[in-house]
Write a protein that binds this ligand. Structure first.
Ligand code: SR1
Ligand code: MG
Length: 423
C-alpha cells in the first residue's frame, strides 16, 4: 500500500524507493518485490537502480547539495534541465539517450530507462581495453546534430533565445567556471590535489605562467558569453553508455547554451585519459600498444567525421541569410575547433590536478609512473590551450600528444642522468 503522496520534496533513501516508484509509474504491480540499490558514484546526485520481475528502471534524484560537501548547496532545478536536455535529444537524435519515463518536478527526480544489461559505461569499458570500432561515427553524428540543430545557423533566432532561457543553468555553469576555467591556473579554493612529485612542475607551468593564464582567461570569458548552441557541458566517457552498434548519452544536468567546442573537446580529454591509463600499465605489451593506437585513431576519426558531418549539416540546414555568405561556414567551424582544443586542454588539466579525480589516473598503482603520466597529460593540456588556434584536426591532437610525450621523455632522461651522476 502506498503511504506517501509526494507533494513536497524530500531526499529519498533506498527504503523510500519501492513505494515512490509504484506511485509514479505503472511498470510494477502493487505487491511486486523490488530490489533497489543506490549506485551513484558521481559527485552530485543520487541514483537508484530499481529491479522488478520483468522491468528495471533508474531514478536519478537531485539533492540540494553536492555529495562531496553538504555545505555546497545546489538548486534541484538542475534535474529539470537534465530532463529537458534528454527530451530535446529525443527530437534531434532519436534513441540517443536513455528513455525518459517521467520527470517529477516536486521530487526533482527523473525516472528513466535502465541500460546496464545491454550497455557498458564507456569509461569502464575502455579501462577494460574494450574497443568500439563504430564509436567515432556514432558519436560524431550525435554531436553534430545536437550542436548545429540548436544553433543560430538553423533555428529562428527568437526561438533560439527562448530556448536558451529555458536552459539558463547558473549554478552548474559556476561549477565549470571554477573547476575548468579558474582552478587549473589559480588554486583559489586550495582544493587542487597535486601529486607531491609534480608540485614544482605545476607551480611553474600552471600557477606562475601568466601568459598561459591569459589564454585561460580568454577561454573562461568565451565559455561564459558565447551562447552558441545547447551543449551537454559535462560530456565525458562516464556519461556515455556504449555497445557495438549504439551509444546513449546521459548525465545532462550541466546543459546550457554555450560554446559548441566544449562538448567535443571536453570528451576528447577523456579518450586521452584512457590512453594515459593504458600507457601507464605497460608500454611494451603488444595488445596495450595496439589499444593505445586504436584510441588515437578514434580521436583522429572522430574529428574527421565531425568536420565532414558539420559541413554537410550546415550546408543542408542553414537558414540565416548572412551565414550563407561564402567563407562563413569555414570560419565558423574553425572557431568551434579551436574552442574544442581549448576545452580539451582545460579538462585535461582540471581532471589531473583539480577536485574531480578520475579512476583512469588514480588507479595507476605505480606512483612514479602515475606522476609521469600526469605530467604528460598536463603538458598536453598546456600545448592544446596555447596552440588552440592551429589545432584543427584529430591528427593535430595526436601530434600534440607526441610532443608532450617526447618532452616528458627528454626531461625525465635528464633527471635520471642527474640522479645517476649524483648517486
Ligand atoms: C561538484 S563536483 C562536480 C564535478 O564532478 C562531475 O563529475 C562534473 O564533472 C563536475 O565538474
Ligand atoms: Mg553529473
Amino acid at each position: 500500500m502506498k503511504t506517501k503522496t509526494y507533494d513536497s520534496y524530500f531526499l529519498m533513501t533506498v527504503a523510500d524507493v519501492p513505494d515512490y516508484i509504484k506511485a509514479k509509474v505503472d511498470f510494477f504491480t502493487e505487491d511486486e518485490q523490488l530490489s533497489v540499490d543506490e549506485i551513484g558514484d558521481g559527485n552530485v546526485n543520487y541514483i537508484f537502480q530499481v529491479r522488478g520481475k520483468h522491468k528495471s528502471v533508474i531514478i536519478k534524484q537531485a539533492g540540494d547539495a553536492t555529495r562531496l560537501d553538504p555545505t555546497w548547496q545546489l538548486t534541484t532545478e538542475r534535474g529539470r534541465i537534465e530532463a529537458d536536455y534528454l527530451a530535446m535529444q529525443e527530437k534531434l537524435n532519436p534513441g540517443s539517450t536513455p528513455e525518459l519515463y517521467l520527470y517529477d518536478l516536486v521530487m526533482c527526480a527523473i525516472i528513466m530507462e535502465e541500460l546496464s544489461g545491454d550497455y557498458a559505461i564507456l569509461r569502464f569499458a575502455l579501462l577494460e581495453r574494450r574497443r568500439f570500432p563504430r564509436f567515432a561515427d556514432m558519436f560524431s553524428t550525435y554531436l553534430v546534430n545536437a550542436l548545429v540543430l540548436t544553433s543560430d545557423i538553423v533555428l529562428d533566432h527568437q526561438e533560439k533565445k527562448l530556448l536558451a532561457k529555458q536552459f539558463i543553468n547558473p549554478q552548474m555553469c559556476d561549477i565549470f567556471e571554477k573547476l575548468n576555467n579558474t582552478e587549473p591556473f589559480i588554486d583559489v579554493y586550495k582544493r587542487n590535489r597535486v601529486m607531491s612529485e609534480n608540485k614544482d612542475f605545476v607551480q611553474a607551468e600552471f600557477y606562475e605562467d601568466v601568459a598561459f593564464r591569459l589564454e585561460g582567461a580568454k577561454l573562461k570569458f568565451e565559455f561564459m558569453n558565447n551562447a552558441q548552441a545547447l551543449i551537454h557541458a559535462d560530456l565525458h566517457t562516464g556519461a556515455v553508455f556504449v555497445r557495438e552498434d549504439s551509444i546513449k548519452i546521459f548525465d545532462t544536468e550541466f546543459a546550457f547554451f554555450g560554446p559548441m567546442g566544449v562538448d567535443p573537446g571536453n570528451f576528447t580529454a577523456h579518450i586521452f585519459f584512457a590512453w594515459a591509463n593504458a600507457d601507464a600499465e605497460a608500454v611494451q605489451d603488444v595488445s596495450i600498444l595496439s589499444f593505445k593506437q586504436w584510441l588515437l585513431e578514434t580521436i583522429e576519426n572522430f574529428f574527421a567525421l565531425f568536420i565532414k558531418k558539420f559541413k554537410n549539416l550546415f550546408r543542408e540546414r542553414v537558414t540565416d541569410l548572412m551565414a550563407k555568405t561564402p567563407g562563413f561556414s569555414e570560419w565558423y567551424l574553425g572557431t568551434v575547433l579551436s574552442e574544442a582544443a581549448g576545452a580539451c586542454g582545460l579538462e585535461l588539466a582540471r581532471r589531473t590536478i583539480g577536485l574531480s579525480y578520475l579512476p583512469d589516473l588514480i588507479n595507476i598503482q605505480d606512483e612514479a609512473r602515475r606522476a609521469r603520466t600526469e605530467r604528460i597529460m598536463l603538458r598536453l593540456a598546456k600545448d592544446l590551450i596555447l596552440n588552440r588556434a592551429s589545432i584543427k584536426s584529430g591528427t593535430d591532437y595526436t601530434a600534440a600528444l607526441k610532443r608532450a610525450t617526447a618532452t616528458e621523455e627528454a626531461e625525465s632522461d635528464e633527471a635520471t642522468y642527474l640522479d645517476y651522476v649524483f648517486l
